[in-house]
Design a binder for this molecule. Structure first.
Ligand SMILES: Cc1cc2nc3c(=O)[nH]c(=O)nc-3n(C[C@H](O)[C@H](O)[C@H](O)COP(=O)(O)OP(=O)(O)OC[C@H]3O[C@@H](n4cnc5c(N)ncnc54)[C@H](O)[C@@H]3O)c2cc1C
Length: 458
């Protein structure tokens, strides 16, 4: 049986950050990846990472701070985020940003998205990020990656410490021993109908988009050894995908964060459009037949951002996913909503923008506390039918600020660490864009530091 210091399960952002960090410390590492390539959901993502106080923000004159980032995160999370995890993120976020830059990860631009009071979505090309970490791993002879090697079970040694991983390789079951522990970084369960059916039956009609290997294997392995789970009641999909997206990317548009409104099939608004797109998804699924549209005008159209995964509205137009009309009446006809109701909805919304008070839903900003809504008045007008996709599960094993997996009594399970989407408790009841890739990078490294402090007990 092969022996290592640390065994990492999964080669997405969390696993790759952990592998590089541990490898650079000289530890002997095995990373098991279920698929034949790295990246999981990370490489499908829009690439937004939530960091505050960076040199990129400074260059653009954006004032931000760790305190402000954490305050937004807790507000968006409904105050039920685990404080120690939020604090751990705060203590490492800026250093992690710099560490990624130092390891060749390129940050392209900044945008404000869900939950941001200032533009702090630092956008990476996730393929480039994973490849640059992989390049570093290949320079480290002490880090071995095994592709097509799904981990299946964990075992404890005689002292009750998790130290053995059972996995498949070349059609055989193998075992490897980890003297300092096992770090689960196997992502969420957006691709497990069984777990989604069990924990999020309300999302039956949501599209499924996520890494093919993300079937909750890590959660099951941790459960078997007594892990507690957190945030399951807050599982929500992400709003803003065209219903035809089904697995295809580039069919998403978040025009509501640039000033669009959302209407249902009755032509009525139903929510404050500036809140987390997870909560927008929940509200959209409560509408008649779960049908809803984003509606905007030329002013919003011109705020689109070329080549941005969330804001490239011209791309949606080129892909014929938008309805465009010179009048609201014509637009209503295109989407089959009563024209007089749609006109009235927009009249009322425009009044609220003018008065600075939205008596219906309390919208004050474009996204979270950032940006001023604008009236929908400049032709042409656009409508984008939008639905909910289950992209990322954000509920998972409980952990402490050292990324140690906890049992239901809040005690660490010896030898077991976790990072990334497999973990719960960090986001709470809502979701700030960029905090998932952010937590993968931050806690991937924290887990390594904690594991390396352990004395080898085999
Ligand atoms: C379309 C889309 C857009 C998104 N956009 C954003 C965004 O802009 N910002 C943001 O913060 N988040 C975003 N997310 C969420 C984010 O991408 C994920 O939460 C994050 O990438 C998770 O990283 P991870 O390393 O934990 O997991 P992953 O990147 O999913 O990696 C997990 C890896 O583990 C492997 N694995 C699974 N089971 C096993 C096993 N048994 N043995 C070995 N390996 C296993 C998987 O194959 C996979 O490679 C988005 C997600 C999607 C799908």
């Amino acid at each position: 049986m092969d022996s290592y210091d640390l065994i990492i399960l999964g080669g997405g952002l969390a696993g790759m950050c952990a592998a590089v960090e541990a490898g650079e410390q000289g530890a002997n590492i095995l990373l098991l990846e279920k698929q034949d390539e790295l990246g999981g959901s990370t490489v499908l993502s829009s690439g937004y990472m939530a960091f505050a106080g960076t040199n990129m923000q400074e260059k653009e004159g954006i004032l931000d701070s760790t305190e402000s980032l954490l305050a937004d995160m807790v507000e968006v999370g409904g105050g039920v985020n685990e404080p120690s995890l939020v604090e751990a993120y705060g203590s490492q976020q800026l250093e992690t940003y710099q560490w990624l830059v130092d390891h060749g990860v390129e940050f392209r631009s900044l945008e404000a998205v869900s939950g941001h009071s200032v533009p702090r979505g630092h956008i990476i090309d996730p393929h480039q990020a994973i490849q640059s970490l992989y390049k570093r791993v290949k320079q480290l002879p002490n880090v071995q990656i095994c592709f097509n090697c799904p981990a299946s079970r964990l075992q404890k040694n005689g002292t009750g410490r998790i130290d053995t991983v059972l996995y498949q390789a070349d059609g055989e079951e193998r075992k490897a021993v980890a003297a300092k522990g096992v770090l689960i970084a196997s992502g969420g369960f957006a691709k497990s109908e069984e777990l989604l059916g069990q924990f999020a039956p309300q999302l039956k009609g949501a599209l499924r988009i996520g890494g093919a290997g993300n079937q909750g294997d890590g959660i099951r392995m941790a459960w078997e050894h007594g892990a507690w789970v957190k945030d399951l009641p807050y599982l929500n999909g992400t709003y803003g995908f065209h219903p035809s997206a089904a697995g295809k990317l580039k069919s998403q548009g978040l025009a509501f964060y640039k000033g669009a409104i959302m209407v249902n099939q009755l032509g009525k608004r139903f929510v404050n459009e500036s809140i987390s797109y997870k909560l927008l998804g929940k509200a959209a699924f409560e509408q008649p037949e779960q049908i809803s549209y984003q509606v905007w005008d030329q002013t919003v159209m011109e705020k689109g951002v070329f080549d941005d995964p969330l804001y490239d509205f011209e791309l949606l137009k080129r892909r014929r996913l938008l309805y465009k009309a010179e009048t609201l009446e014509e637009l209503a006809d295109c989407i089959d909503v009563p024209a007089d109701v749609l006109e009235d909805t927009i009249y009322r919304y425009n009044q609220s923008v003018q008065n600075g008070v939205d008596p219906d839903f309390g919208r004050k900003a474009l996204t979270h506390n950032y940006g001023k809504p604008t009236a929908i008045e400049k032709a042409p007008f656009y409508a984008f039918e939008s639905t909910v996709a289950m992209l990322a599960t954000y509920a998972g094993v409980a952990l402490n600020a050292k990324a140690q997996v906890l049992n239901p009594y809040g005690e660490p399970i010896p030898g077991l660490y976790a990072a990334g989407e497999v973990t719960g408790g960090f986001h709470g009841a809502g979701y700030m864009t960029g905090s998932s890739l952010g937590k993968a990078a931050v806690f991937g490294r924290i887990g390594v530091w904690a594991a390396m402090e352990q004395n080898a007990v085999v």
